[in-house]
Design a binder for this molecule. Structure first.
Ligand SMILES: Nc1ncnc2c1ncn2[C@@H]1O[C@H](COP(=O)(O)OP(=O)(O)OP(=O)(O)O)[C@@H](O)[C@H]1O
Length: 515
């Protein structure tokens, strides 16, 4: 069935010298491909996985332009290709786990799924109860990793300007009380946690629909939630959704509950807006806040400057199909137009970034042309890791869109992102202080619990080891008792020598008075 020999695209993985930026080391956007199983085995397929990094796309007869002979079989190369037998766990391990490792080391990450409607974007990102996707797995491993090092709730508090402040223990306790009044798995921990830091996790969940940003976690009536939000730049030039609700979560279950609340609001919002759920881009962001403990390793250091915030955004993009195939009209046409505009802007931004990096020119990247790209600006312009999973339905009907998706994927993996160094602030404190403090407390507790019986069982006479023995007798020769003096001194001296030889001669005769 080969029409022309498969060619390796020029954009296949290659390293590019740093150019167009003085930010130091860069990495390309990592692009993965996941091929979903066909709904019906007998359907005609247009795509075949040929190795763990390549797929072959063959134009079917129903493809536009097939008859004019303008189409050729093409080979596409990715960092990794997940075929139909791949499990959710495999995708998480290869793609997302390194991002969570980066997160706990204070680095930012962005992962987005891209593909035609029904190609498996949501399945890959969220999954279902039996087949958990990337998001719940990231949360699970994150909470397992930081479980012993989490702050109590409300120690860190969002300042509503994309930063955090530290509350004193007393203030945090008041907030915890106020909240009280108001109201899976075999995954192992990750390496790399700083045991002298304390951690807290915050979640934001927004959706971009018809080029407006909605806060899916905002309290209050759904009408209020549908007020679109403004994207602003913070003091360190990071873009953020102004006034977005940040929910502090203490476990994976908490986090999933928050996500489900967001999903519910999304559905309610869509009913009001007459929207279709797959017609919006959803951005679920996990923010990890960490700060060093004080000198005693006990509480968070009360110094806001030592806070490190890293974030991982998990983005489920709307389907990328063309409007003429879906025959949309009215509201659906408007949705499709907006989706196409935002995805088109994403494409343009990446193209210009690639051009700037490749030829050293400095064209303006039009992030502001769409809310989606404005939100991504931090990642593309800043530092961190950016990854994309291209989801593919191999059925022949999707060929034209799939070919477009492949072109986008190839272009994306040519874009370089500055590698983020670690920015954790040790505040000049001694490493290991938290563990030392914990060991000390454990020892004290043990002694307290054991009480006297424990002390009795110790094979050391602490009193005598550290004393010089009984009081010296009076040494006065001018009394009628003087005859006893030599005998008393002799007895006392024997006593001191005897004790100082117990229990293991640790304190030898240097402490005795001699005879
Ligand atoms: N790898 C897979 N294995 C098994 N089932 C899958 C896989 N990928 C997708 N599916 C199933 O295919 C259907 C469509 O997938 P999904 O909703 O994830 O597509 P989507 O790309 O998010 O679509 P949309 O753009 O409309 O949101 C779902 O029923 C999902 O369970």
């Amino acid at each position: 069935r080969l029409k022309t020999p498969a060619k390796t695209p020029k954009s296949a993985y290659k390293s590019r010298p740093n150019s167009g930026s003085n930010k130091g080391q860069k990495d390309p956007v990592s692009v993965y491909c996941r091929v979903r199983p066909m709904q019906c085995e007998s359907d005609l397929a247009c795509l075949k996985v040929t190795s763990s990094t390549t797929v072959l796309l063959t134009p079917p007869e129903i493809a536009i332009n097939y008859r004019v002979g303008a189409l050729r079989e093409t080979q596409h190369i990715f960092k990794h290709v997940f075929d139909v037998t791949s499990l959710q766990r495999d995708v998480y391990n290869v793609v997302a786990q390194p991002l969570v490792e980066g997160l706990i080391r204070g680095r930012n990450g962005l992962l987005f799924t891209y593909g035609v409607t029904g190609s498996g974007k949501t399945y890959t990102m969220t999954g279902d109860m039996q087949n958990q996707g990337i998001m719940p797995r990231c949360l699970d491993v994150l909470f397992k990793t930081i479980s012993d090092y989490q702050t109590k709730k409300f120690v860190f508090k969002p300042d509503r300007l994309n930063g955090f402040e530290i509350l004193s223990e007393a203030d945090a306790m008041i907030e915890r009380q106020a909240e009280l009044n108001a109201k899976f798995s075999k995954i192992k921990r990750l390496e790399g946690i700083d045991e002298d830091n304390m951690y807290a996790v915050f979640i934001t969940y927004v959706e971009v629909y018809n080029n407006s940003v909605y806060d899916l976690l905002e309290e209050g009536s759904i009408q209020k939630t549908l007020q679109s939000k403004i994207i602003r730049e913070d003091a360190t030039h990071n873009m953020y959704v102004h006034g977005v609700t940040e929910v502090e979560v203490k476990s994976m279950e908490d986090a999933i509950e928050v996500f489900q609340l967001g999903q519910k609001r999304k559905r309610m919002g869509h009913t009001i807006l007459n929207a279709e759920s797959s017609r919006s881009h959803s951005v679920f962001t996990v923010r990890l806040v960490q700060a060093p403990t004080d000198r005693d390793g006990e509480y968070v250091l009360q110094d806001r400057r030592t806070i490190t915030v890293s974030q991982l955004s998990l983005v489920d993009l709307a389907g990328s199909e063309r409007t003429n195939r879906t025959k949309n009209t009215g509201q659906r046409l408007k949705e499709a137009g907006n989706i196409n505009n935002s995805l088109m802007t994403l494409r343009t931004c990446l193209e210009i970034l690639r051009e700037n990096q490749g030829s050293g020119v400095n064209k303006m990247v039009p992030y502001r042309d769409s809310k989606l790209t404005l939100l991504f600006k931090n990642y593309f312009d800043g530092e961190g890791q950016v990854k994309m999973i291209v989801c593919i339905n191999p059925r022949a009907e999707d060929y034209d869109e799939t070919a477009q998706v492949m072109r986008f994927a190839e272009m994306t993996q040519d874009v370089q992102i500055a590698r983020q160094g670690t920015k954790l602030d040790m505040a000049g404190l001694t490493p290991g202080r938290r563990k030392a403090n914990q060991l000390f407390k454990t020892a004290v507790n043990k002694l307290d619990m054991a009480g006297e019986s424990y002390a009795r069982n110790l094979d050391i006479d602490l009193g005598m080891v550290y004393s010089l023995g009984p009081n010296l007798p009076r040494i006065q020769l001018n009394s009628p008792d003087a005859d006893n003096l030599v005998q008393d001194l002799e007895a006392m001296t024997k006593n001191v020598c005897f004790h100082n030889k117990r229990p293991s001669d640790t304190f030898p005769t240097s402490y005795s008075l001699g005879c």
